[in-house]
Every structure is written in structure tokens, then in C-alpha cells.
Design a protein around this ligand. Structure first.
Ligand SMILES: [Mg+2]
Length: 183
């Protein structure tokens, strides 16, 4: 079984990473519960447009924000467990081009068990049996383009339930969720 896994908001704790750096640089504390919509510009941050956020995030002391993100609890262990079951982990990320070098370093340093990595916005084009993502637009895209596949929303404060999409709250529940679907 091929399991397509997004990085930011699923394995990589982008929220903790950028809010910690934002507090250091601008002195404003933003909590995960404050992030109730998809988007990083005003009113969440002082940045007027998304591009302003990314211009800040792409160069923080010479590296991008993606270089030092923490991993979510139990995520690497849950992915390793799937490898032991004989499944494959396919990384599907739509990160911007300037983050790729940092992301590849990050994948290695955090020992993410994968042999296949795709950087693309059209994730549904990469053939997988299961897709795990947190982005509302990606989840909708999966349901439209590949609705015979198992689509899993990693539940975060900024996404909502979608018809035909299963919910995963904690990485340690992945195995039982997949088993309940007889995959
Ligand atoms: Mg994501």
C-alpha cells in the first residue's frame, strides 16, 4: 500500500515553527487555537499579504523557516510502523522551490522513512492508495480527482470536516484507522 503523506501541518509542525520565530522577531504570541482559517497574512499576522509572510519566512538567519521545524508527536514512529507492515511512505509536499534544500535536509535529519518524495501542487496525480493532508484545498482536490482512494484529513484548528474524507486526530491512531477501512 502506498501512503501519500503531506509534510507541513501533518508531519512537520509548521505552526509551532513559524509562531515561535514570529514571536522572536515581532514580539507577538500567536497560539495554535488562534489559527482558525487557512492563511498566514492579516488579521493573523501583521503581514498584509501572503507573499509578505513568505518573504520573511524564506530567509531567517540564512535558512528558511522549513529548516528547523519540530516533528509532531508520534508521527515518525507511526510512519515507521507502516514501513514495518510493508507499506510505502510517499512524501507529497507543495512547498515552494526555495524551501527544497532545507526540506531535504529536514527529512534526513528527522529520519523520515521514505524513498519517494514529490514537490507538487497537483498531489492527486501521484498514485497512492491513501492520502493524508491538512490543507482544505488539497483535501477537496483529492475528493474530486481521486475519490476511490482513501482520503484522510489530519484534523487541525484551521480545517473542517469534508464529506468522503476520514478524520485523523493523532498519529498513534493511524494503524487502527487504516485497519477499520480493511486496507
Ligand atoms: Mg500541509
Amino acid at each position: 500500500m502506498r501512503i501519500g503523506v503531506d509534510l507541513d501541518g501533518v508531519v512537520a509542525d509548521f505552526t509551532t515553527g513559524w509562531t515561535t520565530q514570529y514571536y522572536k522577531d515581532f514580539g507577538k504570541q500567536i497560539n495554535e487555537s488562534d489559527i482558525t482559517e487557512w492563511g498566514l497574512a492579516s488579521p493573523l499576522t501583521h503581514f498584509k499579504k501572503e507573499i509578505d509572510f513568505w518573504n520573511w519566512a524564506k530567509d531567517i538567519n540564512g535558512n528558511s523557516i522549513f529548516r528547523h521545524l519540530p516533528v509532531y508527536e508520534d508521527s515518525v514512529e507511526a510512519l515507521m510502523e507502516q514501513i514495518h507492515f510493508g507499506n510505502e511512505i510517499i512524501i507529497l509536499s507543495s512547498k515552494p522551490w526555495w524551501s527544497i534544500n532545507d526540506t531535504l535536509l529536514w527529512l534526513g535529519e528527522n529520519k523520515i522513512p521514505t524513498k519517494e518524495i514529490h514537490f507538487t501542487e497537483d498531489k492527486w496525480k501521484i498514485d497512492c492508495d491513501v492520502y493524508i493532508d491538512d490543507a482544505p484545498h488539497q483535501l477537496k482536490s483529492f475528493t474530486k480527482k481521486t475519490n476511490e482512494k482513501l482520503i484522510i484529513r489530519f484534523v487541525r484548528s484551521y480545517n473542517r470536516p469534508i464529506e468522503g474524507v476520514l478524520d485523523l486526530h493523532h498519529w498513534k491512531d493511524l494503524t487502527s484507522l487504516l485497519e477499520s477501512q480493511k486496507l
